[in-house]
Every structure is written in structure tokens, then in C-alpha cells.
Design a protein around this ligand. Structure first.
Ligand code: HEM
Length: 401
């Protein structure tokens, strides 16, 4: 049954559940109305973009801006707005370019490759513990401790503070998701204030005693304001955790549902890299991003008016039949997987090399040591987010032979 509500004019208006309960069924129905189609999400009007070509075009065209996803017409949430206004994700043109170039210095391929031994060591020691237990939750006991330690090490966050990151990251992610409630925004606003104080005092400590980490490096560069630094660190805490946790968890989940592909990977471990690209395409951790048109324009024959919102459905573009053969099949031997899961253009994910490295090492080591695994009787639940594909938990039992 079609869960999407329609008006007399047959306009599609998406409710919260439509987006996370069956996203791929929804994308199919939207695609039937063309690659770009006018509707609304949670009463916010805008264009749904499901076509690959159109999504890629909008992501690359700098006349579509990113914008802080908070209601403008309210005095509320001032701490959150202040933080978000200095996040590169919501900056455009020259301001964005300047900050991005600076932060990029901490994410060069050479620097990321330097984290390989650390990631391998953490994955191995986590698996040592988990395999002995035989039953565990992939999300909280495997994916999260790994990504948490890596991003905290990159930033130079003291060990004793790292456990608090999970709750911080989860709440702040909700605050940028369309599903957010006023309660979430209020809690996030308070957290934004606490985090500003936290990073402000960490910055003071690093100024006095610099270390070999990103926070110390950016302070030394002396090209960012204190607010830009704080916003950047908070953005990296969210981005460095949530999406990569979801990529690793979605990988283990997807193989669980495709045992023949798991067998293939077990027989040929060199497929781990292409398997991760296929998971990124098939169960992308980021399903949706948004842009606003800064001038009147046209996309796929539709007139877009300046100021209109566009919802770019990355998870739909990744299954566009014009670009991918058998788009709804999970096939780890695909030769080319030009998915849009990391975005494209000026805002292309800054952490893609790191995310790929973490996920590839996690999958290779897991498949080397685990022969088969099964889901326990607990039900699979997706978190009720509209823009992200995130498992609440994934409890499995593992067999090593
Ligand atoms: C931007 C996805 C991991 C940091 C983005 C964007 C996407 C994305 C789609 C572009 C958003 C847009 O254009 O609207 C992902 C996925 C990840 C991941 C799927 C994991 C599987 C990471 C990690 C980090 C990171 C590990 C950092 C440690 C960032 C930053 C931006 C960004 C800073 C903003 C870049 C800019 O505005 O110039 N990410 N990300 N991401 N990502 Fe990631």
C-alpha cells in the first residue's frame, strides 16, 4: 500500500515515517514522477530530486547553496545557530573555500594513511574481545568504539572524554535531521553551549601545550577565528562518528542479508574495497541532503524559483537505473560504482578517505576471522531519521569456523 499522502492535485507530501520505513520503495514511487518533482517533507515545500544526473548537477553547481537547517524566523536556538553558522557544511563561496582548505591540511591522503596501523590495532583488539563473547552488538561494541577512538585521536581529545562523544554526536545529528522535534532542538541548543565551552577550554589547553593533533595544528596556523575552530571540531565529532558507524554497521547488516556475497568475499578477501563502495551505494549512510536555489533556473525542464528548497535524495540517485545495472541488487563485483554517498563538488565529504579506510579495515579483519554470523532474535530497527540510514543496534552471533 502506498504510505505517501497525496492531495487532490496529487502532490506528494512526505511524513517522517515515509522516509525511513521503506526509503527504496518511496524512491521508486517518486522516480515514477520524473527525476525532479515538487512536493514537501514534513510540511516544508521543495523539489525531490531522485535522478542521478540531476543530483550530480545540483551538487556541482555553486548557484545552489547549502543553508543552516534551522528555522530562521525564531530567536530560539541561538547557540545551535551560532555553531552551525561557522560550520563549513553550511558556508558557501569564499568563506567555505578558506575554511575547507585549512581543515583539509589535516586530512591529506598521506596523513590518513598514517592512521592505518592505529585502525588495524583497534579493530584487532576489539575483535579479540568480541569473538570470545560470541554474541555482541555491532553498532555499540564494534563500529562506535573504533570510529570514536580514531576521530578523538585525530582531534587530540583526552581519552577520558571520549565516551561522552556518542551521546553528543547522536543528539547533534538529530538536530540537523528533518525529523527533529522542538525538544531535540532545545536539548541540542543546550548541548551546543556546553560543547562550545568544552572546546574553548580544550583550545586554551592546546595553546599552552600543543600536541601532534588537528586541534593544535589549526591553532598554530592562526587563520581561523575561535568560533570557526569550535564549529569545525563539533562538525568533525558529528561527521567522524555517525556516518562511519553507520557505514560499518550497514556493511555487516547487508552481508547478513546477502549470504552468497559474503561467501564470495570470504573466498576472495581482495574484494573488501569494492564491497565497501557497493555498500555505500546500496545502503548509503547519508540518504538525503538539501540545497537552496540562489537564482531562478531550470533543471530537467522544471522551472526552479530563487529561494526554493531542493531535497537531493542520494540514496535514490545511487539506484538510478540509467546509471546502475540491476540497481536494487547488492553485487560486490561491480566494476564501477560512482555513487553519490559522499556528495560531490565543493562540499564533497572531507572525511571520505578516512571513512573508506576504517570501513575497509573493519570488513577485511572481520571477514578474515569470522566464518559465519547470524542475527540474534532481536528485531532490526532503523533509527527514525530522514536523512541518514542508521541502525539502532545489530546484535549478531559469530562462528569462527
Ligand atoms: C560532507 C557523507 C564520513 C567530514 C559530507 C557530505 C556527505 C558526507 C554526503 C556532503 C554534504 C553536502 O554536500 O550537503 C559522509 C559519509 C561518511 C562520512 C557517507 C562515512 C561513511 C566523514 C568523516 C568525516 C567527515 C569520517 C571527518 C572525520 C565531513 C565534513 C563535511 C562532509 C567536514 C563538510 C565538507 C564541506 O562542507 O566542505 N559527508 N561522510 N565525513 N563530511 Fe562526510
Amino acid at each position: 500500500m502506498n504510505t505517501v499522502s497525496q492531495t487532490k492535485a496529487k502532490q506528494i507530501r512526505l511524513k517522517r515515517d515515509d522516509l525511513f520505513k521503506d526509503p527504496y520503495g518511496l524512491y521508486k514511487r517518486l522516480r515514477e514522477r520524473g527525476p525532479i518533482y515538487k512536493g514537501s517533507i514534513l510540511k516544508q515545500p521543495g523539489w525531490f530530486v531522485t535522478g542521478y544526473k540531476e543530483t550530480a548537477y545540483i551538487l556541482k553547481d555553486s548557484s545552489f547553496f547549502t543553508r543552516i537547517p534551522l528555522p530562521e524566523a525564531t530567536e530560539k536556538y541561538s547557540h545551535l545557530k551560532q555553531i552551525q553558522s561557522k560550520m563549513m557544511l553550511y558556508m558557501n563561496k569564499e568563506d567555505h573555500r578558506k575554511l575547507r582548505l585549512l581543515v583539509n591540511k589535516g586530512f591529506t591522503p598521506k596523513q590518513i594513511a598514517g592512521f592505518r596501523p592505529l585502525i588495524e590495532e583497534v579493530v584487532d583488539s576489539l575483535l579479540d574481545e568480541l569473538i570470545v563473547k560470541e554474541e555482541f552488538d555491532v553498532v555499540s561494541e564494534f563500529a562506535f568504539p573504533l570510529t570514536s577512538l580514531v576521530i578523538a585521536t585525530i582531534l587530540g581529545v583526552p581519552e577520558e572524554d571520549r565516551d561522552r562523544f556518542r551521546a553528543w554526536a547522536a543528539l547533534l545529528l538529530q538536530s540537523i535531521d528533518f525529523s527533529r522535534s522542538h525538544k531535540t532542538l532545545e536539548a541540542s541548543d543546550q548541548l551546543a553551549e556546553e560543547l562550545s565551552e568544552y572546546f574553548s577550554s580544550l583550545i586554551a589547553q592546546k595553546r599552552a601545550e600543543p600536541g601532534d593533533d588537528l586541534i593544535s595544528m589549526l591553532i598554530k596556523e592562526n587563520d581561523c577565528t575561535e568560533n570557526e575552530l569550535i564549529s569545525t571540531f563539533i562538525l568533525l565529532v558529528i561527521a567522524g562518528h555517525e556516518t562511519t558507524v553507520n557505514l560499518i554497521s550497514n556493511t555487516i547488516y547487508t552481508f547478513l542479508k546477502h549470504p552468497e556475497q559474503w561467501k564470495m568475499l570470504n573466498e576472495n578477501p581482495t574484494l573488501a574495497g569494492s564491497a565497501i563502495e557497493e555498500v555505500l551505494r546500496f545502503e548509503s549512510p547519508t540518504q538525503l541532503t538539501a540545497r537552496v536555489a540562489m537564482k531562478d533556473t531550470e533543471v530537467a525542464g522544471k522551472h526552479i524559483t530563487c529561494g526554493e528548497q531542493l531535497y537531493l535524495m542520494l540514496g535514490a540517485a545511487n539506484r538510478d537505473p540509467d546509471v546502475f545495472d540491476e540497481p536494487d541488487e547488492f553485487l560486490i563485483t561491480r566494476k564501477k560504482v560512482p555513487h553519490l554517498s559522499f556528495g560531490l563538488g565543493a562540499h564533497f565529504c572531507l572525511g571520505s578517505t578516512l571513512a573508506r579506510l576504517e570501513a575497509q579495515i573493519a570488513l577485511s579483519r572481520f571477514s578474515k576471522r569470522v566464518h559465519t554470523y547470524n542475527q540474534t532474535k532481536t528485531e532490526i530497527k532503523w533509527r527514525p531519521l530522514t536523512g541518514f540510514r542508521a541502525l539502532e543496534k545489530l546484535r549478531i552471533t559469530v562462528q569462527t569456523s
